[in-house]
Design a protein around this ligand. Structure first.
Ligand code: NAG
Ligand code: NAG
Ligand code: NAG
Ligand code: NAG
Ligand code: NAG
Ligand code: NAG
Ligand code: NAG
Ligand code: NAG
Length: 479
């Protein structure tokens, strides 16, 4: 009597557990519970883990520079295709703490400065800052572009250049080209043109900040976590200008909101590109054992205006498009004819690859990637890869340009990368595991239900075994 009571009890419990388990699985209650808990926890608030990571990101960030050493300058001036050899990397550790952090508006926004300091890493470099690289003289071509339409000034400058033996290509010390040097031509004409007589690709960028940022803390809306609201007092919402020099939306390279889905776009703010670009889900990855989603910028981001009308804003002056994969950032670089692209013109029109001997674009090395843990929005690995090019063409009145072909000439590319440190990865692994256990509760309940069901059936069969044995065997024998 007691035994059959137990058996029927097991049967009923089995049905209840199955119903409960399936209901929980279908409604995803535990998934939602976890997501909501994480959304509440990942907020920039004094004392939270997210805030300390925001203030002082623990994983090391490396900035690596690669230059293109021009081997045939005389031939290029005669109209030949440039041949370049890639040198580098010249690697710097990048320190980027948030400073003067202040909470605003009841903790919904936070203000901070973000100075960056670069320290050379000889062990991670091939070559030293004293290496010599031959490339285009950017101040010289900038001055030429500025004065190409002013007949008399053009003559004077051209004569000064001839007198001083200044051409459009010359050699530089790598450290100078990056961090700044006194330019001979700018020094001569500085009183005439009122320009800084120093130049460098990262001139004045070491140990300086680029203004004050106001971020959302994510308290009001988790999707706004660490999103930039204002930069130097300007709202970033309507920062879409046809001038091509805009810093819109996006996060500060390393902060993404929690609970990321495969269908959303992640915005990356890039001061090198003078704009923000977006990335889309590509694949599942695992970084130091932590699961992540890989996001990459789709080719539309760099596509020409025909394919992506959104990019018309970057055809400057209006209507003047260079082709896919290129971005004219002249306005953001004080008139220097600078064109940005992916390294080796990856995803750009093939014409640009063919125009320069030595370009080998490939996805693995030259693509910008973001690997992010979807649950917490923590960056697992990232590499921002950008190339700096100079627009070269014959300019009448400047004999220095010779018979040069119209070219987008590659000068340098950079890879700013980060990989989660082991300690942070361990902590994150524990969080993800715990979440997985909780998310699997419905399936555990269903499993227990099935187990009870099996027990129930076994007992029921046993109870009926003696009379049914023969009846069951008969069909087997006859068939
Ligand atoms: C966070 O709290 C600590 C200790 O209470 C305080 O010293 C610090 O100034 C606070 N930080 C901010 C940004 O408010
Ligand atoms: C700040 O937050 C508190 C508590 O949530 C609330 O009572 C108060 O009204 C808020 N103040 C402002 C100015 O939003
Ligand atoms: C940047 O500044 C820091 C400290 O001010 C210094 O140690 C470092 O060498 C500088 N880096 C470069 C590339 O000049
Ligand atoms: C770059 O080319 C110049 C000129 O040919 C040469 O002197 C220099 O050593 C090269 N730089 C490197 C790092 O190979
Ligand atoms: C900027 O972000 C807001 C809010 O997330 C979004 O609605 C808007 O479309 C974004 N704008 C651009 C240009 O990406
Ligand atoms: C790049 O933009 C600048 C400024 O808008 C413009 O003067 C220049 O002609 C453009 N360059 C090219 C190659 O289109
Ligand atoms: C844009 O690219 C497509 C394919 O690469 C090409 O057919 C089209 O002519 C290009 N449009 C412009 C305006 O360059
Ligand atoms: C950065 O990218 C370059 C190629 O673009 C690659 O050779 C290098 O290993 C990368 N650096 C890191 C630290 O991943």
């Amino acid at each position: 009597m007691l035994r059959s009571c137990c058996v029927y009890g097991a049967g009923i419990l089995c049905v209840l557990l199955l119903i409960a388990g399936i209901a929980m699985a279908l409604t995803q209650v535990f998934q939602k519970l976890i997501n909501n808990t994480i959304k509440e926890q990942v907020v920039l608030e004094n004392g939270t883990e997210a805030f300390s990571v925001f203030q002082n990101p623990p994983p090391p960030v490396y900035m690596q520079f690669y230059f293109f050493n021009l081997t045939n300058p005389a031939e290029v001036l005669n109209g030949d295709r440039p041949a370049v050899l890639q040198i580098g990397p010249y690697t710097y550790r990048e320190y980027r703490p948030k400073e003067e952090v202040k909470f605003l508006d009841n903790g919904t926004r936070v203000e901070a400065f973000n100075p960056k300091t670069y320290v050379f890493q000889p062990n991670m470099s091939r070559g030293s800052e004293d290496d010599i690289v031959r490339t285009v003289d950017i101040p010289v071509v900038t001055v030429m572009e500025k004065f190409k339409d002013t007949f008399s000034v053009k003559r004077i400058i051209s004569d000064l250049m001839i007198a001083n033996g200044i051409g459009i290509f010359r050699t530089f010390r790598v450290g100078d080209l990056l961090w700044g040097y006194e330019d001979p031509l700018l020094k001569i004409i500085k009183h005439v043109v009122e320009m800084d007589d120093h130049f460098g690709l990262f001139y004045k960028k070491n140990a300086t900040d680029d203004g004050d940022y106001i971020f959302f803390t994510g308290k009001q809306n988790y999707q706004d976590f660490a999103r930039i609201d204002e930069w130097n007092g300007q709202s970033t919402l309507n920062w879409w200008s046809t001038e091509g020099c805009n810093r819109i939306n996006g996060t500060d390279g390393a902060s993404f909101h929690p609970v990321i889905t495969k269908t959303e776009k992640l915005y990356i703010f890039s001061s090198d590109l003078c704009r923000s670009i977006y990335a889309q889900y590509e694949s599942d990855v695992s970084v130091r054992g932590v699961p992540g989603f890989r996001f990459v910028p789709p080719s539309e981001v760099f596509a020409n205006r025909t394919i992506n009308p959104d990019n018309a804003g970057f055809c400057v002056p209006a209507g003047n498009c260079l082709g896919s994969g290129l971005l004219n950032v002249s306005v953001c670089k004080e008139g220097a004819p600078i064109i940005m692209s992916s390294p080796h013109f990856y995803q750009a029109d093939d014409k640009f690859v063919q125009d320069v001997f030595g370009m080998n674009p490939n996805k693995e090395e030259h693509e910008t990637v973001i690997d992010v843990n979807p649950l917490t929005g923590m960056l697992l690995r990232g590499a921002k890869r950008v190339q700096v090019n100079v627009y070269l063409h014959q300019i009448q009145g400047f004999s220095q340009t010779g018979k040069i072909q119209t070219l987008v000439f590659p000068v340098m590319y950079l890879n700013e990368s980060v990989l989660i440190d082991e300690e942070s990865a361990k902590k994150l692994y524990a969080v993800v595991n715990e979440a997985n256990v909780i998310i699997n509760i419905p399936f555990i309940v269903i499993s227990v239900g099935i187990l009870l069901g099996v027990i129930f059936i076994v007992f029921m069969c046993r109870q009926q075994t003696p009379p049914s044995t023969e009846a069951e065997r008969q069909p087997l024998i006859s068939s």
